[in-house]
Design a protein around this ligand. Structure first.
Ligand SMILES: Nc1ncnc2c1ncn2[C@@H]1O[C@H](COP(=O)(O)OP(=O)(O)OP(=O)(O)O)[C@@H](O)[C@H]1O
Ligand SMILES: [Mg+2]
Length: 395
């Protein structure tokens, strides 16, 4: 999918003619016939670009442009092309003053509209990379070597760091389908939307997913686990849909982060098969080390490239009696990243429902998590190569 364009025109003939033209160019088209309906649709769908006829019943196209500009949050900007009857400079000036990015006089020549749309999308995406529609986002799965090591804490805060600091569009999926706790970590209340809506539909599609996603105040978008345990069965029966869900999400977001549950089952293996990175979170204790060895062996049996895997030691400076070096020796591979032990920040964030990455990004914990976000944002091979450079002995 190239981009989603909202086409606003009162006359069905114009809607049809321009809609067909743009569909032919590969765009997804949504349509509205008047200003109020268009504003409602724009709010719900957030198209990548709007093409709007000025000649609408009720409020004009120019007024709609003004309303959209008022409704946009700071930093957001939807490119808008206004179509008008006048060929003179005044008509164009009026359109641009209202906040439109471009003006075309009717009748519209197909090739000119096509060129203007393409030009505006390219110009706009260069200026606002964070709003770029990803065609194939990176999928990063977080998996805890055992329960309670901090997988959810790291997945949530890395998602926030990637969105806020690295300006990525991010969808965070609570793939701990039975006991997911993102609602608690993010103080979300009883919003009933969840992954159940998406995975229990007969066919998983784009519209279904868009309406299942919840936007967090940090800007990260969330696909939540079901809010009540009675849905767990329904979800586990339809787990095969999760892969389809992830594939669609990666067409919508630059980064899709999955917080996996601790079961080492087919479901996890499926995810490993499609993920660009598997972040294995561990602490420096024997049972974690044993489990990570199991993951490494399974991945090698499945011939999954080892560089896809990334070992992250959480609570790295907590005393466990086992040093980082000895963990690396046993596993025969480096710990790619370490996150400081800061129980006070982690627990107070949990109790207040505000992740530390949102509240105190400059804390030691925040800095370590930002670095983790940077690492997962790079292709796997590059990260491993960088790490190897750091680890090679100084000559
Ligand atoms: N770096 C850290 N320093 C101190 N405490 C931490 C750190 N990371 C996580 N914690 C704390 O560890 C506890 C467990 O964290 P979390 O729920 O994220 O783990 P989990 O691996 O997802 O657990 P589960 O297996 O239940 O899903 C929480 O109280 C959290 O605040
Ligand atoms: Mg968890």
């Amino acid at each position: 999918m190239l981009a989603r364009i909202q086409l606003v025109a009162a006359q069905p003939a114009i809607q049809q003619q321009l809609g067909n033209m743009l569909r032919h160019d590969g765009y997804e088209i949504i349509t509205a016939a008047d200003g109020p309906a268009a504003l409602h649709q724009w709010t719900a769908e957030r198209p990548d670009l709007v093409v709007c006829d000025n000649d609408l019943r009720g409020p004009s196209g120019t007024e709609l442009v003004i309303r959209i500009r008022q409704a946009e949050g700071s930093g957001a900007h939807t490119p808008i092309i206004l179509l008008g009857g006048g060929t003179d400079v005044d008509a164009k000036v009026l359109a641009l003053r209202s906040g439109a990015d471009d003006y075309l006089a009717k009748p519209v020549h197909p090739q000119e509209l096509s060129a203007r749309v393409r030009g505006l999308l390219t110009r706009f995406q260069r200026a606002h990379p964070q709003q770029r529609r990803a065609t194939s986002g990176r999928v990063v799965a977080f998996y805890g070597a055992k329960g309670g090591v901090g997988t959810t804490t790291l997945a949530i805060n890395t998602a926030i760091a990637a969105h806020r600091e690295l300006k990525r569009s991010v969808c965070l999926v609570d793939a701990n389908l039975q006991f997911g706790d993102h609602r608690v970590f993010l103080d979300l209340g009883p919003d009933s939307r969840s992954i159940v809506d998406a995975v229990s539909a007969s066919a998983v599609d784009l519209d279904m997913l868009r309406s299942s996603v919840v936007r967090h105040e940090t800007g990260v978008e969330l696909l939540l686990a079901p809010s009540s345990p009675e849905h767990a069965e329904l979800v586990s029966q339809s787990q095969h849909h999760l892969l389809k869900v992830v594939e669609i999400l990666r067409s919508l977001y630059e980064l899709v982060i999955l917080d996996m549950d601790e079961r080492f089952d087919d479901h996890l293996l499926d995810v490993i098969g499609i993920a660009d990175r598997l972040v294995v979170v561990l602490t420096a204790d024997l049972s974690c080390v044993k489990n990570v060895r199991l993951v490494l062996e399974t991945m090698s049996q499945l011939q999954v490239p080892q560089e896809r895997l990334m070992l992250v030691l959480n609570r790295a400076n907590a005393f466990t009696g086992i040093s980082v070096k000895s963990v690396e020796n046993v596993l025969k591979r480096p710990i790619e990243h370490q996150v400081v032990n800061d129980y006070r920040s982690a627990i107070s964030a949990l109790n207040s429902g505000t992740p530390f990455m949102a509240k105190r990004p400059d804390s030691a914990l925040g800095k370590d998590v930002l670095e983790l976000a940077r690492l997962i944002d790079k292709p796997a091979a590059a990260t491993v190569a960088l790490k190897a450079l750091e680890l090679s002995p100084v000559r």
